[in-house]
Design a protein around this ligand. Structure first.
Ligand SMILES: Cc1cc2nc3c(=O)[nH]c(=O)nc-3n(C[C@H](O)[C@H](O)[C@H](O)COP(=O)(O)O)c2cc1C
Length: 326
């Protein structure tokens, strides 16, 4: 699984986003040297999913048979009636990584391991992380404070450090990271990969409608509100999109029972009309192709790594091993 990391230009996953990530974005991400991902819930039915998976796996497989890394996101919550059907297609097209969300990774482990894939469980707190590791997840996606969509509440640094106490598998961390500096910070803190969602909302290849992209470009961190009042689970929303739909962000009722990213019914209408974003939203100043966004992230990442070189000069003065445990 770790050899996937060596094939990347940048340790970044373009995180799966409901009604936003589709084949174009996943393929552009893979071609740009990061990992693209999409939730199967973005497909209306199994035929659509079959088509998407076929397109992505064909476009990301080179003539010599090497496949660029990509990922599929499966909702394993009991309300997802399509899980078994989607899993059959996942087994056929073999995405190297499968990220499970809103439930245990257990139902997909045997299938994904059976074709040589790796399972990453999306977790928002330590009990969830421990449970996922106990059932055999290969990796954890630690959703931290500042994330767009359903968000976590832990600092990405504290979350990474706490998880590293008991887990040395693949650690992905996300939440409010929208530039290469943040990517470098998360890697320096102990993550293997960084989940970046919001930064790709306004990508040319994103399925978000034009007005959503414009709102993302125009918005800043102050334009966000975290509330459970829309889906029943804390999520980070663009305040102007709530106001445009007659919802007063300041009087949101936190008690609504419904939750989840789901295809069908009210949930789709909610995510279609009410627009989510994370705390990195201020980093987006234009609608750009994925390749340009990844170029920007890569330049910032290299500059940040150079700043970390300062730490190397300290080696001259202190023995690292002695100092680390002093
Ligand atoms: C509009 C939107 C939709 C999302 N939909 C999903 C989803 O369907 N499944 C999922 O696991 N995470 C979803 N997420 C969360 C992202 O996968 C990721 O955890 C998050 O975007 C990382 O934080 P960032 O947005 O600050 O980069 C969504 C996020 C956004 C902004």
């Amino acid at each position: 699984m770790r050899e996937i990391l060596n094939r990347l230009r940048l340790p970044v996953v373009a995180a799966p986003m409901f009604l936003v990530s589709g084949p174009e974005l996943v393929i552009a991400a893979g071609r740009a040297g990061i990992i693209g991902a999409f939730p199967t819930q973005n497909c209306r039915n199994a035929d659509d999913l079959d088509h998407w998976l076929a397109t992505i796996s064909a476009d990301l497989t080179d003539a010599d048979g090497t496949t660029l890394p990509w990922a599929v996101n499966l909702v394993t919550h009991r309300t997802n009636a399509r899980l078994a059907e989607d899993l059959v297609l996942v087994e056929r097209y073999r995405p190297p990584l499968v990220v499970t969300a809103l439930g245990s990774p257990e139902p997909v482990l045997d299938t994904v391991h059976g074709y040589g894939g790796a399972v990453i469980a999306d977790v928002a707190d330590l009990p969830m992380a421990r449970k996922a590791v106990a059932v055999g997840a290969d990796g954890l996606a630690c959703i931290s404070a500042g994330a767009g969509g359903h968000t976590g509440s832990l600092s990405p640094f504290a979350f990474t450090a706490a998880v590293r106490e008991f887990f040395d598998g693949l650690l992905v961390v996300g939440g409010g990271i929208a530039d290469g500096n943040g990517v470098a910070g998360a890697i320096a803190a102990g993550a293997d990969l960084v989940y970046v969602g919001t930064r790709f909302l306004a990508a040319q290849e994103s399925l978000a409608v034009a007005d959503y992209k414009e709102m993302v470009v125009d918005s800043d961190i102050d334009d966000l509100i975290v509330s459970a009042g829309i889906t029943g689970t804390p999520a980070s929303w663009l305040r102007p999109s709530l106001a445009a739909n007659g919802i007063d962000p300041d009087t949101l009722d936190d008690q609504q029972p419904d939750r989840n990213y789901q295809a069908g019914g009210d949930a789709v209408r909610r995510w279609k009309d009410l627009w989510a974003a994370g705390q990195g939203v201020g980093a987006i100043t234009a609608i750009s192709p994925v390749a340009d966004i990844v170029d920007d992230l890569a330049i910032q990442y290299r500059l940040a790594a150079r700043r970390l070189d300062h730490a190397r000069s300290l080696d001259d003065h202190h023995s690292l091993e002695g100092a680390a445990h002093a």
